[in-house]
Each structure stands twice: as structure tokens, then as C-alpha cells.
Design a binder for this molecule. Sequence first.
Ligand SMILES: Cc1cc2nc3c(=O)[nH]c(=O)nc-3n(C[C@H](O)[C@H](O)[C@H](O)COP(=O)(O)OP(=O)(O)OC[C@H]3O[C@@H](n4cnc5c(N)ncnc54)[C@H](O)[C@@H]3O)c2cc1C
Length: 386
Amino acid sequence: MKYDVVVVGAGPAGSSVAKRCAQHSLSVLVAEKRQEVGVYKRCGEGLSNNAVKRLGLKIPKNCIRQKIRGAHIYAPNGKCVEIEYKGSEGYVLERKMFDKWLAEEAVRAGATIRAKTNAVELLKDGRKISGILASTMEGMESIEANVVVAADGVESEMARKAGLYKAKNPMLVDSGFQYEMCGIDIEPNVIELFVGNEIASRGYCWIFPKGKDVANVGVGILGNSTQTAKHYLDRFIESKENLRKGSVLEVNAGCVPVGGFLKNMVSNGLVAVGDAANQVNPLHGGGIAESITAGIIAGNVIKKAHDKRDFTARILSEYNNIWWKERGNSLKKVEKVREMFEKMSDEKMNRLADVLQGEDLYDLAHGKNIIKLAKILVKYKAKAFF
Ligand SMILES: Cc1cc2nc3c(=O)[nH]c(=O)nc-3n(C[C@H](O)[C@H](O)[C@H](O)COP(=O)(O)OP(=O)(O)OC[C@H]3O[C@@H](n4cnc5c(N)ncnc54)[C@H](O)[C@@H]3O)c2cc1C
């Protein structure tokens, strides 16, 4: 059977594009290489309520482990800047349930999902991508489609094989390492972030609570650091009395693209979404909401291509235009903020913690009010920070 759309990967990006295409009455198959959607997780599982509202998600209770009322951000010297999520709490999810729920929503809209179906090659018809070759439980299978969606995550082979990029720039990829821990003392409704080059080389450590004594405790560091992410995390945990005594229930590791947005995310017969297209907030590394947003945009553009019976890059490139207008331009500003932080010494970060309020940091993470922030820094004679 030939499908209108074959999606590679049933993460948030893949399930979202599949759902949107199915809602447009297109025939959709999602190939997922793992034997179970959502397992294992590679994520701190944080999601802001602003994103939930923007996307109109009605997340079932069983996908939410903890509601969050704010964040505490600790400078290298321990000074805490507090962010209160005024009337708009955030969430720490249970990704194993959340990813499955997104996949179920796609199936309910009419898509088909096949676990243990590993896309190993792109099929081509002349200069157009025309499907995938997949390794399945029954053997190798060619699956044809008018459009292939590369939603295969940060290590995306499909986007690379389609020629969207050769290799990721290691300076724009963070290494993440995380333990889900139990038996620790934490504030259950506040996420905690610890910045500083000693703590986490050009990155940060986090505690994302999943209950009163359970949390994702992790670290993200720049990919070219001399020490491993595990080294930084173990040292961080050892330095905290409230964490040291905890048990490790789960170990997660993975990469996070933190910049390098692609001008072009399409080719003839192919669209890349989510981590496969580096669509992650470069400052905090959050990619769940960005993946879902991109999936929805891509689904709408694929429907238009379907109506025109034209699946060339020229038609599909409307996805580039919409994504850059809706997300890319503001994420590009956040990338600049990240570059600025990367150059800062611990001493400068300590001084910054003295002049910035929690809401300023919140704005920085969303690429907002950068001019207002520049004025604050000038007022406090903090220009030397940059
Ligand atoms: C340590 C860490 C912590 C993070 N914390 C957060 C956080 O707190 N909040 C947040 O918003 N984001 C976080 N992120 C980022 C977030 O996890 C990703 O941005 C998000 O999962 C991207 O969704 P996706 O659908 O693009 O990719 P993925 O979720 O990676 O899904 C890709 C899917 O494709 C499948 N696949 C891959 N190759 C193939 C193939 N050849 N054939 C078939 N299937 C294939 C994979 O099995 C997977 O299911 C974190 C990431 C890391 C590594």
C-alpha cells in the first residue's frame, strides 16, 4: 500500500504531524524503531503551561507527575533568583505516558503506528524521496509515500540522508545525563537550576521534581567539554546533602541540539520536524513544545501539497517560511542569549544574579524584552559582562 505520508519516529514531533495529517484525512503510517513508544525517556520532562495553552493540549492526569509553581535559579556563588509562574504553573510530565498519549491521539485521528519498525534508508524516485526501507519484525519492507517526515530525533539519519545537513556541529549540541532519583529532599513544586562553569561546563544542573521525594536530577554540558556529563552530575549530587542519600531508579543520556537552526528543512518529498531539525530552545534545551508546534505546521503544509498533488521542495518550503515566522526568529534571539552566557565567567554570572530579576531571566529564555534587559544592564554598569 502507498501512503500519503510516512512519518519516521513516534516522539512528540512524529505523533503531532501524524495526528494533524490524519485530521486532514490523509493516510498516515508512523514507523517507530523502538518496541514501545515513549520508552526509554531522554528528557527532564519539564513543560511550561504557556506552551500547553498555546498548543491547546488537554493533557490527561496520568501524564502529569507534578505541577510546578516556579523556578529557583542558583548562581555559581549560591545566590538564588526566584521565578514565580504567576497564575500559570508548569508541569513535570511522565514522558512514557505523555508520548503514548500523543501517539494514541494520532491513532484516534486515523493514523497507523507500527512499533519495532526501523527506517534504514530513504527510497527515491528520480530526484524525489518516495518512501522508506524499513527493518520490521517480518523482515525488510519498502513503504511508499508521497511525503516522508523525518521525526527521528536528534540523531536523525533521515534528515541527513535527505541532504539537509552533513553532521551536527558539536559546538551546538549539548550532552545530557540524568538520573531519576528517589529518597531525596526537595521542594516538590519548584524546579531548581544551578549554573556555573565549575558546576556544568557551559550548561547547568537541574532538579525537576516528580513528587515529594522523587526527581529528575540531570546535567547538560556543551558537547566539546573535556569531562563527561556523568562526571559533572555525580560531582553535583555528591556535593548536595539532600541528594547524596538518594537511590537511582533510572539512568538517561542523550544529546540536545542547542542552536544551528536550519534555513531549509525540506527536500523533494521530505520534511524534517522536531529535534531532527534542531527545533529546541537553545537556552534551556526544552524541545517538547517546539516539536509539537513544528509537527502541526508541517501537517498543515503537507495537506496543501496533497491538494495541489505537488510534493516538491518548492511547495513544501512553505513550512520553512511559517516555522521561521512563528518560532525560528524568536528562537534565534534566544540562541544569541545562549552565546552570551557561554562566554561568561562564574564571577560575571554572580554579578548578573545581583542585577536581574526572575522575570528578566524568564524573558531572556523566551527571546523577549532583550532591549529592556540591555537597558537594565547599562543602568547597573554591567556592560562589561559582554
Ligand atoms: C537529558 C535531556 C533532558 C531533556 N529535558 C527536556 C525537558 O525537560 N523539557 C523539554 O521540553 N525537552 C527536554 N529535552 C528535549 C526533548 O526530549 C526533545 O526535544 C524531544 O523529545 C524531541 O522530540 P522529537 O519527537 O523530535 O524526538 P524524540 O523524542 O527523540 O523522538 C524521536 C523518535 O524517533 C524514533 N526513531 C529514531 N530513528 C528512527 C528510525 N530510523 N526509524 C524509526 N524510528 C526512529 C526514536 O525511537 C524516537 O521514538 C531533553 C533532552 C535530553 C537529552
